[in-house]
Design a protein around this ligand. Structure first.
Ligand code: PGA
Length: 250
């Protein structure tokens, strides 16, 4: 079943104390009776305390990344099993910052997806074109290739554990947002691309989130589009009142 989702990606922000403060504020300000799924993704070191803090709330916890390997000599890495052992069952994979700064290729990402699914985790799979791709009118091609190379190796039944997040790189952290029409146009293309390979049931059921400078001021209009099922929020997720306003726009 397609679900409305609003997820906050905290990136490399908030130490332990600041994490607790923000979580407390969110518990206070976020709606308790909303049908949408609300998710926050603090940093690795604060995940366990976030799970603890949010135990009796309607707010889920996601990791921002994980290793493609199950275990072994991979200094600095975090495995799916480790995340699950502290109660984290959702992971963001393929964020453009992981692709750009940590050289995560479609090949690596497809392995991460496989490992996450094998461990029964829900994957928020991120992808999106750069500004030059849009200027060269290659944005549909780029997005289709990212989906095919990083994700489309999965089986039909795996889609229950997949959430898509379209994040045009030129709109992330820049204050520049795709217009609601641009978002809808791409989300529709994404859904049709999924339909083409996996059929209508999968295409209709998958949630497609938009990410890139979503703010309280623009959330409602973006979320009103028929193929936009929610958002992946960066900067505005770090302020409880802004995140709450965005959640209330769904
Ligand atoms: P932003 O980030 O909302 O700060 O643009 C979105 C994201 O990177 O997920």
């Amino acid at each position: 079943m397609r679900q409305k989702i609003v997820a906050g990606n905290w990136k490399m922000h908030k130490n332990a104390e600041e994490t607790e403060d923000l979580l407390n504020e969110l518990i206070d300000k976020l709606p308790h009776d909303i049908e949408a799924q609300i998710i926050v993704a603090p940093t690795f070191v604060n995940l366990a305390s976030a799970v603890d803090h949010l135990e009796f709330t309607n707010i889920g916890v996601a990791a921002q990344n994980m290793s493609q390997f199950e275990s072994g000599a991979y200094t600095g890495e975090i495995s799916a099993d480790m995340l699950k052992s502290i109660g984290v069952n959702i992971v963001i994979i393929g964020h453009s910052e992981r692709r750009a700064y940590f050289h995560e290729t479609d090949f690596i990402l497809s392995d991460k997806v496989t490992t996450a699914l094998k461990n029964n985790m829900t994957v928020i799979f991120c992808f999106g074109e750069e500004l030059k791709d849009r200027q060269n009118k290659q944005h549909f091609n780029v997005v289709e290739n990212q989906l095919r190379d990083g994700l489309f190796h999965i089986k039909d039944k795996d889609w229950e554990q997949i959430v898509l997040a379209y994040e045009p790189v030129w709109a992330i952290g820049t204050g520049e947002t795709a217009s609601p029409e641009q978002a809808q146009e791409m989300h529709n293309f994404i859904r049709e691309t999924v339909r083409h390979t996996f059929g209508s049931n999968v295409a209709e059921d998958v949630s497609i989130l938009y990410g890139g400078s979503v703010k309280p001021e623009n959330a409602k209009e973006i979320f009103s589009k028929p193929d936009v099922d929610g958002g992946l929020i960066g900067g505005a997720a770090l302020k409880a009142s802004d995140f709450a306003a965005i959640v209330n726009s769904i």
